[in-house]
Design a protein around this ligand. Structure first.
Ligand SMILES: Nc1ncnc2c1ncn2[C@@H]1O[C@H](COP(=O)(O)OP(=O)(O)OP(=O)(O)O)[C@@H](O)[C@H]1O
Ligand SMILES: [Mg+2]
Length: 381
């Protein structure tokens, strides 16, 4: 049995109700020391409400929060060993960089010599040595972000809470800061709880990700688990890109199901061990664009090696190219399956082999049944 003290942060059956609306619904999780934990979910799913309870700005309706094994119920925000970085940074514009970072240390009554030393140390660690005298208005967006984080880290919290801290930055800078933040977390070995609706941020930075929807955690796992072994249709649809179809179970075999989509596309899918299906039941099926193998020029000679690969692929479909969506390394084809007219997104590798593909070309696509995820249909709330 794991002890509360094995974790920097642990929540048990946390609930926050606003009148008859439940914003956070029976959430339980435990975060090991020094890890990067993200909470990923769509707008309105309850992320900020959860984080505010961790910080102490709001009280749970029921449930408990433990930091380093101590219950935080009734403990004021400034008495908790946590700090929070907000989406809008709230740096003090009338103070310079050093004064901003020193602010919390002054409030703790630390002496001036030590403060100076700590401020210099943290500036060096966020790669901004020598910027102490700068005004906040003289910094770029990414530099401001690093100062906002330095200001919290200098207080040496057990847990740093970050509410969409990259939301205000442009795309390029966000990409860059993702990597910087992960490095910072590893260097400081402080536990980060990071909330975002951006799956790429969560996947790139985190040791563990909780996918949240309607106030509940849908699945907690490392990025690869969420990507390759989603527990339910919400996670499969929310994390990564997929072809998603509503379908009906047509036949049940020993290790597979045969399903038919609404447009009539018939697929073999691996039968999940943990779920039971009946013939006629409604399901949702997911296949990732990059899991689909393409073989050009169906009608001309097909290489024997391709035939061999394809024999392992239980699903072999004859399609024609409807559209080429060129986007560098993220390029995709939209192909149409010939008998059902179902449209399928397929990743288009930027290799010489496929350079001459054009709209209208015939294409055989194939994928093994293990690559298709199938879930009972979720009834909309
Ligand atoms: N003080 C409040 N009173 C009533 N309802 C609230 C209150 N605070 C939040 N809610 C509701 O709780 C739900 C979750 O809100 P929350 O701010 O936690 O979402 P979020 O996941 O952070 O969304 P976003 O990604 O848009 O920031 C929303 O439906 C919101 O309207
Ligand atoms: Mg929010």
């Amino acid at each position: 049995m794991l002890n509360h003290t094995d974790f920097d942060l642990q929540c048990t059956d946390l609930v926050r109700q606003f009148d008859d609306f439940t914003a956070v619904d029976q959430v339980s999780f435990a975060i090991p020391k020094g890890s990067f934990f993200s909470i990923l979910g769509p707008s309105g799913c309850g992320k900020t409400t959860l984080l505010r309870m961790l910080a102490g700005f709001d009280d749970p309706t029921s449930g408990d929060i433990f930091i380093k094994g101590k219950s935080m119920i009734g403990v004021a925000p400034n008495k908790r060993p946590v700090n929070m970085v907000f989406q809008h940074l709230a740096l003090f514009p009338n103070m310079n960089v050093s004064e901003n970072i020193a602010y919390g240390l002054h409030r703790q009554g630390i002496n001036k010599v030590e403060i100076k030393h700590k401020v210099e140390q943290v500036l060096a660690r966020v790669n901004l040595s020598g910027s102490g005298e700068k005004k906040i208005a003289q910094l770029s967006g990414g530099q401001k972000q690093r100062i906002a984080i330095a200001r919290c880290l200098v207080l040496n919290p057990d847990v740093l809470l970050l509410d969409e801290p990259l939301g205000a930055l442009d795309l390029k800078l966000r990409e860059h800061m993702k990597v910087e933040l992960k490095k910072l977390q590893q260097e400081f070995e402080t536990t980060f709880v990071y909330i975002t609706h951006d799956q790429s941020e969560a996947l790139v930075m985190s040791d563990q990700v909780a996918v949240m929807n309607h106030g509940q955690f849908q699945q907690v796992g490392d990025p690869q688990q969420l990507y390759f072994q989603p527990d339910n249709a919400f996670v499969a649809g929310f994390v990564g890109d997929s072809n998603k179809w509503s379908a009906k179970v047509m036949d049940i075999l020993s290790d597979s199901l045969q399903v038919k989509t609404v447009s009539g596309l018939v697929l073999q899918v691996q039968k999940p061990e943990t779920k039971t299906f009946i013939i006629g039941s409604e399901v949702e099926v997911f296949i990732r664009p990059e899991a689909i193998h393409i073989s050009p020029m169906l009608e001309s000679k097909v290489e024997s090696t391709q035939l061999q690969t394809n024999q392992l692929h239980t699903n072999q479909l004859h399609t024609k190219v409807n559209n080429i969506l060129f986007d560098g390394a993220n390029s995709q084809l939209l192909v149409e399956e010939q008998t059902s007219s179902e449209e399928i997104k397929v990743k288009l590798p930027q290799t010489a082999e496929f350079m001459h593909l054009k709209k209208g070309d015939k294409l055989q696509i194939s994928f093994p049944m293990q690559q298709v995820n199938v879930f009972p249909k979720i009834q909309d709330k």
